[in-house]
Design a protein around this ligand. Structure first.
Ligand code: PGA
Length: 257
């Protein structure tokens, strides 16, 4: 982390878990465990049908609500889709785009990820843009090349002013939901490279100001060490964000210099 230049963000990704009625007890437990003075922004990205409840429930403990996906279209005959306008209207502050599960199971391309990020930015919602390599790519030494490509594609046509509202999440696919975390060195190495790619496009200052998160089996035990890395500005947390006490411990782990 480097709080002097950029925001620290702890974002939970609930994926397709929980229910609306589970939010109240969850938030009560989270609040009871959360440090009083937080050193970071805290976000919970819920399924779309729960965002509104999360907006309300998160108010008194300053937890922002986020979505997990957004349509590339503004409105119209796109059954099942949720637009950036709708997310803005219910108070979502962040939205994940390009999560590897969406890329893998829903055919989301780099062009779509880019279009989604732009739609969110138009509505003042911060996109959390996910990138990350597969195990095969890592084993073939293609990690840096692939991640650099994904970052460039996702940010294509986004200017430096809009970049300030973008968050990048480095999530190696082999570490997601597997209990296999990248070592803090591996995670740092790629996050540093992501910042270098952004520096080449936008220059030193914008690159220094972008928050880059790590995601992939981050938990209450390994968070402190991962967050101690200079280019890791927070976490995108799946499994552990469903356990209020663990999530609160990860938030507390941001209180380090
Ligand atoms: P995980 O998920 O923490 O359960 O590995 C992270 C993510 O997919 O965002």
């Amino acid at each position: 982390m480097n709080r002097k230049y950029r925001k620290t963000i702890i974002a939970g990704n609930w994926k397709m878990n929980m229910t609306n009625s589970g939010i109240k007890p969850f938030m009560e437990e989270l609040k009871a465990n959360m440090p009083k003075a937080k050193q970071c922004d805290v976000v919970l990205c819920t399924p779309a049908v729960m965002i509104q409840t999360m907006v309300k429930a998160g108010k008194d403990c300053k937890v922002a609500a986020g979505g997990q996906d957004v349509s590339i279209y503004d409105k119209g005959a796109y059954t099942g889709e949720v637009s950036a306008t709708m997310l803005e209207d219910i108070g979502a502050k962040y939205c994940i785009v390009g999560h590897s599960e969406r890329r893998q199971y829903h055919g989301e391309t780099d062009m779509m990820v880019n279009a989604k990020a732009k739609k969110l930015l138009e509505k003042g919602i911060n996109p959390i843009i996910c990138v990350g390599e597969s195990l095969e790519q890592r084993e073939n030494d293609l990690t840096m090349e692939y991640v650099a490509y994904q970052v460039k594609a996702a940010l294509s046509g986004i200017d430096a002013t809009a970049l300030r509202h973008c968050v990048i999440a480095y999530e190696p696919i082999w570490a997601i939901g597997t209990g296999k975390t990248a070592t803090s060195e591996q995670a740092q190495e790629v996050c540093e490279e992501i910042r270098a790619v952004i520096r080449k496009i936008y220059g030193a200052r914008p690159a220094r100001a972008v928050s880059i998160l790590y995601g992939g089996s981050m938990n209450a035990k390994n968070a402190y060490e991962l967050l101690a890395q200079p280019d890791i500005d927070g976490g995108l947390i799946g499994g552990a964000s469903l356990k209020p006490a663990d999530f609160a411990t990860i938030v507390a782990a941001t209180a380090q210099d």
